[in-house]
Design a protein around this ligand. Sequence first.
Ligand code: SAH
Length: 371
Amino acid sequence: MTQDDTPTGPEIPLADRFRRLIRNTGPMSLATFMGESNARYYGRADPLGRNREGTSGGDFVTAPEISQMFGELIGLWLADIWVRAGRPDPVHYVELGPGRGTLAKDALRSARKYGLEPRIHFVEISQPLKDIQLEMLPGAIWHDDVSTLPMDYPLLVVANEFFDALPVRQLVKTPDGWRERMVALDENDAFMFAAGTQVMDAAVPEGQRDAEVGTIVETCPAAAAIAFELAGRLAEQNGCALFVDYGYDTPRNEPRTGSTLQAVQAHKKVGPFDAPGAADMTAHVDLGTLARIAQSRDVKHLGTVGQGKWLHTLGIAARAEALKRAAPHYRAEIDTALQRLTAPDAMGNLFKVMGLVSQNWPEGAGFAPED
Ligand code: SAH
């Protein structure tokens, strides 16, 4: 269901709006370009790839849309930790960027078998996706951002492929020092990268300031702010969080450089400037930084492990066998889904699961070193 760039009503193509803005006020930051692009992109249509019924083409496919096993095991994980935390009730299920609501539906169905029936809160900016979520989970409450989440009772937070959609800021080393990476126009009116004029050396960690000219340092202030807010809530209200995303973990704060920005349209990589507002722009998530932010607010980091390893520890192979016994016609599909979710050359290693828990809650399954 990829949309073309035809304007509807008073909406003008985002690329034209950006050009006008740059002509009038000068180069814009990459973070603004990406933030505005994704706000338009997610605001206009359902971007998610072929769902399990095969009724949508979309731009990309996420784990919950590959198989019900993904959401079910997340639900099982939540129910397990909640039971061992003493079954606090009421309790809030909070999902960030729930897409079609598929993960929530699968997770809450499996959690209910253990008596976990939380109140449901969705943080979502996309109206078309909200409409789909409403059909899936009519009892949910929607939030534009994390600031309005309830302040009472423990939180069970889940986010799958949410942080990667948040805008990144890039700094680039020039012969004159560090500058923000901006988007400008070339002589043919095409978008191009340019270094900003403002001195940005102070924004680069000291250990990285001497890097070679051309080095890029990428950060995601929006992800950091959300992790900070959620960790504060977990510390106050108790609970846990599972963040699943493709990203990297820098446990000892090792410096990392380079751009991870990419854009995807109709399952193909496109250039970041090719289709603003019509392609999904993402960047790898710096899970190490998010873990350190949580720890700075006195929340326990359970660990960050590959999605394949985590799903196997939680018993995805046994779940696949049970599904195959129940639906022998789908044996091949179930095996393919299992491979896609867990194989090292598919989503198994690139995608990581990060667990957080408040100090007085128990450890969560799947993160112990011996698991
Ligand atoms: N979790 C879903 C969807 C992933 S796509 C899945 O796994 O299938 C990213 C999701 O985050 C979409 O629901 C998108 O609309 C939402 N989103 C993107 N940026 C957002 C923002 N700034 N605030 C809230 N939701 C956002």
